[in-house]
Design a protein around this ligand. Structure first.
Ligand code: SAM
Length: 333
């Protein structure tokens, strides 16, 4: 029988997020607010060969979904090459190969990503207003990202998901406008609660717009109907529009409605560290194990041992919570 990675809380691990780089060309204040952070030296980064090998082992261990992320993954040179290689794992059990990007490079590259074998794409878009977009991301490129979304559609990278982090005092007044955008462009809009993963450690509970408030704001204009009876291991609660309009809405509420009990995720950072939770304070160096010449079986044993240490839940809401030292851009969101 095929093996499935399972943690000590009996959760099957099916979903791997791979960060391709720590570098990013945006400066989103909720992620990388305080200038240029130290970037891992090239020799510490996993090469494409190492990523391919690690993913091959993970797929043997039952991983069905791989999502490439970062930093900005499209800043890694020739990303099409690694997509092409990972797409070959579909013959061995991989079901879904996805990418999360800020969309900046998509106008000219969406087609080549599709041709390389990418299935789906998630594009971050925090505001539909040029000035707010610039204020939140640090760059004045709203139009270009909108073109990128259009290019992804034309390339057939569907269903397209759009991620918006909703932060009090910045974009909570746009929530219903985003829902209108989802209807107009037939995309899956994902609203994400602001998490304590900013490099400046400025996060405060008052800045969090709860999933419940997000839903209420949407329903003032567009009544919603839940898509799934049970959420399963999905990060978002999904809704369709009650009037049958195209598009979908998802609410990701890790702060106010933690969904750790069904978590199926594990992460590999661009410098080869396995993280068992976004909020882990420890990492396990798969890179060192691979570079020390471990056999495939030794690598499998290492990964299985690490997965057994996966945290039961995150501790954001505990009084003694300590935010991880690495921000989202280093963990791979
Ligand atoms: N650069 C790519 C992008 O912009 O989508 C991929 C990496 S980015 C870290 C992945 C996702 O994490 C983005 O949708 C981003 O908005 C989200 N993110 C980053 N910091 C966050 C935070 N503190 N709270 C919630 N989401 C965050």
């Amino acid at each position: 029988m095929a093996r499935i990675l399972t943690d000590s809380h009996n959760r099957a691990i099916r979903d791997l997020r791979v960060s391709l780089t720590d570098r990013c060309n945006f400066r989103c204040f909720y992620c990388l607010p305080h200038g240029e952070p130290p970037i891992a030296p090239k020799e510490q980064m996993l090469s494409y060969e190492e990523i391919e090998y690690a993913c091959d082992v993970f797929v043997e261990l039952g991983i069905q979904k791989i999502r490439l992320t970062g930093g900005e993954p499209m800043m890694r040179r020739d990303i099409e090459q690694i997509i092409y290689k990972l797409a070959q794992l579909k013959d061995r059990g991989l079901e879904d190969l996805a990418l999360t990007t800020n969309g900046y490079f998509l106008p000219h590259r969406a087609e080549s990503l599709k041709q390389a074998g990418l299935d789906r794409i998630t594009i971050s878009l925090d505001s539909l207003k040029r000035d707010v977009f610039k204020q939140m991301t640090g760059v004045d490129v709203l139009e270009r990202v909108l073109e990128g979304i259009q290019a992804a559609k034309e390339a057939g990278l569907e269903p397209i998901k759009i991620n918006a982090v909703i932060v009090r005092g910045h974009n909570e007044d746009e929530v219903a406008d985003f829902a209108a955008f989802a209807r107009e462009h037939d995309v899956k809009m994902r609203f994400i609660e602001f998490m304590p993963l900013d490099s400046g450690h400025d996060w405060s509970r008052e800045d969090v717009v709860s999933g419940r408030e997000i839903r209420e704001r949407i329903e003032e204009r567009f009544p919603l109907v839940p898509v799934d009876e049970v959420r399963g291991s999905n990060t978002s609660s999904r809704f369709r529009f009650a009037d049958g309009a195209p598009g979908e809405v998802g609410i990701i509420a890790p702060v106010t409605e933690a969904f750790c009990g069904a978590c199926s995720r594990i992460r590999l950072t661009s410098d080869g560290q396995i993280r068992t939770c976004l909020f882990s304070t420890v990492e396990y160096s798969l890179r060192d194990v691979m570079r020390d010449g471990a056999s495939r079986q030794e690598i499998i044993d290492f990964i299985e041992g690490v997965v057994m240490k996966k945290e039961p839940r995150h501790f954001i809401n505990d009084p003694d919570f300590v935010a991880p030292s690495r921000s989202m851009s280093f963990i791979g969101g």
